[in-house]
Design a protein around this ligand. Structure first.
Ligand code: ATP
Ligand code: MG
Length: 356
């Protein structure tokens, strides 16, 4: 009989976990957060999540109460930016200076602490740049009313670029990591990734040490992602995601074990192994973009289409390309360019530039 793994949430991450489970004969079952019936859970089953937060429903209640809901205590702690940042500070890890926005906090207090530009982030529920609000001292912006007690404030970081580290820990405390990924965010949403880049290799040990500190402290089992700002040779944690992550999608094409399989191996206590990296990988996120089958005619492309309704700003798929020859990737990206909306010129240019 195959091992059963339930996933709290039935979006694209759950679907990709399911795909990754098949070759291992793991019966991975994503459950929609609004399902009105409780899944048929068995005591031997394992429960994981594709999201760090969920509304209370019959289904989410049943899954979250299961004795084998892996990392059950971690989700709440990381889903709230206040407790997440507190944890990062307690462990002495670098992160953007921040403050809680309480009832009496004034914009002037925040500018006094952090300078001209301050980023308010809602404590919970934000994603893809939603739930963020910039305050400019020169514009005399005010803190919106319903953001008191509901947000943290961060200093604006003049970073050189954004990188992320995806890694996993098993129950015995072993950790494995993928190489650092370079990410392009536009208006708070991830549009492109590249990995591995030789010029970032000297930061790998620093990044692994930071994420390993967190994983060990939390006794975490499975994949976690750490988004960082690179400021010179120093990494600062932007945020943590206790799950598989969009910036790890390139591993589907570029690693012998992808992040989804690595997560499943960790939570079902299979050997983690050390993923072999197959070459250089790029990922293009498809956001609010109608499907175009011409993408499939471009050599080397691997399309993952999520089958969701296409809405502005919504992640509806991604394209991975892996090759040992950077010129071949560049060629494929140029071949892809005319088949993407014109706002993707920026993404293609960035990818081409990044792999030079
Ligand atoms: P995700 O979809 O990754 O969960 P999110 O909407 O929850 O994203 P963040 O990752 O915190 O929010 O921020 C989104 C983006 O906004 C970052 O990738 C970065 O480009 C920018 N950003 C966030 N914090 C800062 C900061 N302190 N200074 C400058 N830019 C920032
Ligand atoms: Mg983020």
């Amino acid at each position: 009989m195959s091992r059963r793994v339930w996933v709290l949430g039935a979006g694209q991450l759950g679907a990709m976990l399911q795909t990754a489970g098949r070759p291992l004969n793991l019966d991975v079952r994503p459950v929609a957060i609004d399902a009105s019936e409780a899944p048929a859970l068995d005591a031997r089953d394992i429960v994981t999540a594709e999201r760090e937060q969920w509304p209370e429903s019959v289904a989410t209640h049943a899954l979250a109460q299961h004795p084998r809901f892996i990392n059950s205590t971690v989700f709440g702690r990381l889903a709230d930016r206040k407790t997440q940042k507190t944890l990062i500070d307690e462990l002495g890890l670098a992160t953007a200076p921040w403050a809680h926005v309480d009832e009496s906090t004034q914009a002037a207090d925040l500018h006094h602490k952090f300078g001209e530009r301050v980023l308010l982030k809602r404590r919970t529920g934000g994603y893809d740049g939603k739930g963020q609000h910039w305050l400019h001292q020169s514009r005399q912006d005010e803190i919106p009313d319903n953001w008191h007690e509901q947000a943290i404030a961060e200093q604006a970081i003049a970073f050189d670029e954004e990188v992320s580290l995806v890694g996993a820990r098993n129950a015995a405390g072993q950790c494995v990591f993928f190489p650092l990924t370079l990410n392009l965010h536009v208006n708070g949403i991830l549009l492109g990734s590249v990995a591995p880049l030789p010029r970032l290799a000297h930061l790998q040990a620093q990044a692994e040490k930071m994420l390993e500190t967190l994983l060990q402290h939390l006794n975490y089992v499975g994949v976690m992602a750490m988004e960082c700002f690179r400021v010179g040779d120093r990494l600062m944690i932007n945020e943590l995601a206790p799950r598989v992550h969009n910036s790890g999608h390139w591993t589907q094409a570029g690693a012998s074990t992808n992040q989804f399989e690595l997560h499943l191996r960790a939570i079902t206590d299979l050997p983690l192994g050390q993923p072999t990296i197959k070459g250089l990988s790029v990922m293009v996120n498809l956001v609010g973009t109608e499907r175009n089958n011409q993408w499939l005619a471009v050599p080397g492309t691997e399309l993952v289409w999520y089958g969701k309704e296409v809405l502005p700003g919504r992640k509806v798929g991604h394209i991975n390309i892996t090759h040992t020859d950077n010129a071949a990737i560049r060629w494929s990206l140029e071949a892809l360019r005319p088949h993407l909306p014109s706002n993707y010129n920026e993404v293609i240019d960035w990818l081409v530039q990044s792999i030079r």
